[in-house]
Design a protein around this ligand. Structure first.
Ligand code: MLT
Length: 402
């Protein structure tokens, strides 16, 4: 038998959302007639917008003709998409990003999971608690054990101050998954200042930035002075434009970012990520990249904004509905997730079972994101409005919590 990667024994045997799926399937085996309302994994439900799907179809047709066929594309993404991202995503924020700093990929999940390959095994890593499980699992799988957990709790308003101790790499997510809360410009500035002082690197997951409607909340970490010297940013078309099934995202690695190799030489993180992607990735399909570029066309942009508005309105409805039931809720204003404080003594997984049994609703237990998520529950606003209304009615009728 071969020797396997021993670090896998450090992670939970099942990925959170796979565990939720298994529990839901078990329930459906017992209750085949159940009309389940899904508010668990953050998966979009609206179809791809017209302008975007038209670009996708047109590109698909091009692939069927000799003159316009495309084989392997550039590993970093086609120039037309990288340029469209610079113009559509960053110029409106007055942020200078070069196309050569943008790496197109098939999802932010892969990028935030893979990025740790650039760092030494001995790096000290800081991440939130609760946290998107990929940050933690990918580091544990690589054998990193020096991990500092930053509590994101009601006590610190889900906006912890920078650490007093030194860490090498910090994962930040705003709008936050799972809490749905955001960091303001001044809060993020404090983290950028910390990273500059400590020589640390911030990994800024900004997959939900399309949901931000307050100008005081940065949509990109590069709106913060100094961030180009200390931060990598991850953005995705999944939640912005409904690409969870099409798959397209991008990672920004500014040319200023540097690290030290084993011999003490200064190396560029942009060059390293480029090298990594060229070895392990062959790019996103041409039709998907054409579809992603169409998101930034005037009509495409209007259409995807309408979709985000629809989900934001769902989030408002969830917040209001739960508050009417006497529950305390967080997030959901600039994010598609509502973070629900359960009544004292109710555990996250107990509530998952209760909600499924009594209301046939699937949500996500907060403790699945880390110990500070115990006693909390995450509801996703990515569903159909009428189904969410029905879910809230079911909760009001069948749950007596407070
Ligand atoms: C979630 O529900 O947390 C997200 O959908 C997971 C993801 O984007 O990978």
């Amino acid at each position: 038998m071969i020797n396997v990667n021993p670090h896998f024994s450090q992670i939970k045997p099942t990925y959170l959302f796979a565990q939720i799926r298994q529990k839901t399937e078990a329930y459906l085996q017992q209750n085949p007639e159940a009309d389940i309302i899904y508010m668990g994994i953050g998966d979009v439900t609206l179809p791809i917008s017209n302008a975007v799907i038209t670009a996708f179809e047109k590109a698909g047709d091009e692939m069927g003709q000799k003159e316009s066929f495309h084989g392997y594309g550039p590993e970093q993404g086609y120039g037309f998409l990288r340029e469209a991202i610079v113009r559509g995503e960053y110029e409106p924020l007055d942020v200078e990003i070069e196309a050569s700093e943008i790496f197109v990929s098939d999802g932010s999940k892969c990028d935030v999971g893979n990025i740790q390959e650039l760092f030494s095994e001995s790096c000290r890593i800081a991440l939130g608690n609760p946290v998107y499980p990929v940050y933690l699992d990918s580091n544990l799988m690589a054998g990193r054990t020096d991990i500092v957990y930053i509590p994101f709790t009601a006590e610190n308003n889900f906006a912890p101050l920078p650490l007093k101790e030194h860490v090498d790499v910090i994962y930040l997510c705003s709008p936050n998954n799972p809490t749905g809360t955001v960091l303001t410009k001044s809060q993020l500035q404090a983290w950028v200042d910390y990273a500059k002082k400590e020589g640390s690197l911030i990994l800024f997951d900004s997959a939900y930035s399309a949901f931000i409607s307050d100008p005081e909340v940065p949509k990109s970490i590069y709106e913060i002075p100094g961030a180009r010297e200390v931060a990598i940013e991850f953005k995705s078309f999944s939640k912005t434009a409904g690409f969870t099934g099409l798959r397209c995202a991008f990672t920004v690695v500014p040319h200023e970012l540097k690290g030290l190799d084993g011999e003490g030489n200064v190396v560029s993180l942009n060059a390293m990520w480029n090298r990594r992607q060229c070895t392990k990735f062959n790019g996103v399909s041409y039709p998907v990249q054409r579809a992603a570029a169409a998101v930034y066309s005037p009509v495409g942009w209007r259409e995807v904004k309408d979709q985000v508005r629809y989900y934001r309105e769902n989030a408002r409805m969830i917040r209001d509905g739960l508050q009417e039931m006497g529950l305390t809720v967080y997030g959901g204003e600039h994010a598609p997730y509502v973070w629900v404080k359960l009544p004292d003594g109710v555990k996250s997984f107990e509530f998952f079972d209760l909600l499924l049994d009594r209301c046939a609703i699937v949500g996500t237990p907060g403790v699945g994101f880390g110990s500070c998520g115990e006693g909390y529950f995450r509801l996703s606003a990515f569903g159909d409005t009428e189904r969410i209304k029905m879910g809230l009615e079911r909760m009001k009728e069948n749950l007596r919590l407070v």
